[in-house]
Design a protein around this ligand. Structure first.
Ligand code: DQA
Length: 150
């Protein structure tokens, strides 16, 4: 696997200070550093681009750039848009790239409105409740999936 894009949605730029009892104390830059450190430690070599936006349209635009087929994996945490955005779901459905949705928190244990995830319908898998390690888990799972797929 060569190229990975990680998209983080609204309010994830506030990680570290935003409800730390739910989302932890690491900033988004630290989550990124943890992911890269774990990839290196596990000898997984790939380039990872990190993109964060609070804007639904910017996230849709970014997903659409994957239509050129040059990216091997999209890891997306759409934040609150997971529960509401048909636009992001449609964008995810429009590309054939492998897609994994990640949530830092275990949303099924939280408010009922977080249980429904529209965007997950456009993804191949969902990983949630692992905190920052979820991003590494998503990327490494794809590496092993490829290795063990006949
Ligand atoms: C989140 C869960 C969402 O319900 C919430 O709106 C977020 C973060 C998570 O990573 O746990 O912004 O996606």
């Amino acid at each position: 696997m060569n190229k990975v894009l990680v998209i983080n949605g609204p309010n994830l730029n506030l990680l570290g200070t935003r409800e730390p009892e739910i989302y932890g104390e690491h900033t988004l830059a630290e989550v990124e550093a943890i992911t890269l450190k774990l990839l290196k430690k596990n000898e997984i070599s790939c380039t990872v681009e990190w993109f964060q936006s609070n804007s639904e349209s910017e996230i849709v635009d970014k997903i659409q750039t994957l239509a050129n087929g040059k990216t091997d994996l999209l890891v997306i945490n759409p934040g609150a848009y997971s529960h509401t955005s048909v636009a992001i779901l449609d964008a995810l459905k429009s590309i054939s790239t492998a897609k994994i949705e990640v949530h830092l928190s275990h949303t099924l244990k939280r408010e009922e409105f977080r249980h429904k995830k529209l965007t997950a319908l456009g993804c191949d898998a969902v990983i949630e409740g692992l905190g920052p390690v979820g991003y590494f888990t998503a990327i490494s799972s794809q590496v092993y999936k490829r290795k063990f797929t006949k």
